[in-house]
Design a protein around this ligand. Structure first.
Ligand SMILES: Nc1ccn([C@@H]2O[C@H](COP(=O)(O)OP(=O)(O)OP(=O)(O)O)[C@@H](O)[C@H]2O)c(=O)n1
Ligand SMILES: [Ca+2]
Length: 497
């Protein structure tokens, strides 16, 4: 009987009301999470693009880069989308018919126009940087080099992109931007870990660039960078005329001089070419470069004859380095200051092509010398049989090129058998080629901030997880609260009664 009044006092809407509030509460929380997730979800990725033409001495390559539009200040974000090799010779090879220099670029530029989305064309920058071949042409014939640059400029301006100029870059820039490229791709600029030195070998020049803790004795060889909040003291040098095509001319010229007579047939025996190799060549092809000076030869031919001797080849190549006269505490060669090499190095372009062809990339220095010696001694006929698909002109030069690379690294830059393993012969890092072009574009588009760019404290996945966890926690607390408030206390019972 005592229960009667209490039963009557109970509100029949009490339970549905709690259910209703709980449902609203749950809908609220779910909506909150959903809105948070949708609002912060990365939008459909929008890409931006940039084009850099590497007008090298032996050939031109067109590189197309892409990066997510909203992440341009993050290291490692810019990637190579495509690379196109321009058919034919480098632009400096068109000095006598400059208009053909511009025309030669058309097939690769047409390709760039077709693969970059149309709506991005007007904002896509195009840069052309010319390296050692054009530096040499400028020295030899400034008017011709001017005409070649005008020709490529004219053609590049006919494309719907944002043309930003065509110029000859300095050897220092070439070295520095190669270093930026490899360290940007390696993400070493973001981490406190050591940086990667950069070794670039072209047809007409070679560059060495690395961070050195030693005293920089020559201001011309020293660059200071502040990148992503870190300071770097970088040593760099570019040796004009020490690309592999020019050194071949230099060492041939050295061989020719002692034997040159006024007799009809001049035979030049060359230990850097295979036994059985025999080719008629013109003196002009050797002495036509500003790198090979002093002698003017008549329009005459000589017989270039291989003798295939690794030791003698090394001795012949050695002669292109001048080791006398260092006015600093330490030099590489030709009186150029260079501190002791430090840290890991990435060796790319012809360093890679040649060492990869010869299968020497993973060997020790002594093993590489031994293998190269055997390769050089192999008769020319057998070499041709073993590589039927390689152009003969290139095939003939690998013994010389391999010997030059080992000599440059050991006798020139002073690597030893102890730190030889610090050199990694690389073509690409990820999908992007190692070379100066990426660093050049990053610099000109201001995509490498001096200070670390602001990044959200949490990655997107972490953010969503936290949101869900908090929402579940609030939900549980809410349910708990409902339960506590629902349970009638003694005093409450009395009030109801
Ligand atoms: N697969 C390849 C590509 C190129 N080469 C040779 O490697 C040398 C250098 O090529 P590269 O690095 O492209 O030089 P360039 O950029 O043209 O020259 P530079 O940087 O001196 O202007 C040239 O002799 C070229 O014939 C090679 O042996 N194998
Ligand atoms: Ca090059």
């Amino acid at each position: 009987m005592d229960d009667q009044p209490e039963m009557k006092a109970k509100n029949p809407w009490h339970r549905p009301r709690i259910i209703f509030i709980t449902v609203l509460f749950v809908i609220g929380i779910v909506s909150m999470v959903a809105i948070g997730v949708v609002q912060n979800k990365p939008l459909h990725q929008k890409y931006k693009y940039g084009i850099v033409l590497d007008a090298g001495s032996s050939h031109t390559s067109v590189y197309i880069y892409q990066w997510p539009a909203e992440k341009e200040n993050n290291t490692g974000m810019v990637q190579q989308m495509d690379a196109c090799n321009v058919p034919g010779v480098g632009i400096s090879g068109y000095s006598t018919e400059p208009n053909r220099a511009g025309d030669s670029l058309k097939s690769c530029m047409d390709k760039a126009r077709s693969i970059i989305p149309n709506h991005r064309h007007p904002e896509t920058p195009v840069y052309l940087g010319a390296t050692a071949g054009m530096r040499l042409l400028e020295m030899k014939n400034a008017a011709a080099s001017e005409k070649v640059l005008e020709s490529v400029e004219r053609v590049l301006q006919t494309y719907p992109f944002s043309y930003q100029g065509a110029r000859i870059i300095s050897g220092q820039e070439e070295g520095a931007f190669g270093w930026i490229t490899v360290n940007y791709l390696n993400e070493s600029l973001r981490q406190a870990s050591g940086t990667l030195g950069a070794l670039d070998l072209g047809g007409a020049s070679t560059q060495i660039t690395f961070v050195s803790g030693q005293k920089q004795e020559s201001p011309d060889n020293s660059i200071d960078f502040r990148l992503y909040g870190h300071d770097y003291h970088v040593y760099t040098h570019s040796f004009l005329c020490y690309g592999k095509d020019q050194v071949l001319k230099l060492s041939l010229a050295n061989e020719i001089r002692p034997v040159h007579t006024k007799t009809e047939t001049i035979v030049v025996e060359d230990p850097c070419f295979h036994p059985g190799y025999r080719m008629n060549k013109n003196f002009q092809s050797v002495f036509n470069s500003p790198c090979v000076t002093g002698l003017s030869y008549p329009e005459k031919n000589f017989v270039h004859m291989g003798s295939g001797n690794g030791t003698k080849c090394h001795a012949a190549v050695r002669k292109v380095f001048n080791d006398s006269g260092c006015s600093y505490s330490i030099c590489s060669f030709n009186g150029i200051f260079q501190p002791r090499v430090e840290g890991q190095f990435g060796a790319f372009s012809a360093f890679f092509f040649v060492m990869d062809f010869l299968n020497l990339t993973t060997l020790s220095l002594d093993e590489a010398k031994e293998e190269l010696g055997k390769y050089c001694a192999t008769p020319w006929e057998i070499i041709k049989q073993n590589h039927p698909n390689v152009k003969e002109k290139y095939l003939a030069e690998y013994c010389f090129s391999g010997t030059y690379i080992l000599t440059l690294l050991e006798d020139g830059y002073n690597f030893t058998s102890h730190n030889w393993q610090d050199i990694k012969f690389i073509k690409k890092i990820g999908n992007s080629d190692a070379g100066w072009t990426l660093g050049y574009m990053l610099n000109l588009t201001n995509m490498i901030p001096a200070e670390s760019p602001d990044t959200p404290p949490l990655p997107y996945g972490g953010y969503v997880t936290l949101m869900v966890l908090f929402a579940v926690m609030i939900l549980l607390l809410g349910l708990l609260a409902c339960k506590v408030f629902r349970r009638p206390t003694g005093s409450a019972q009395k009030e109801i009664i």
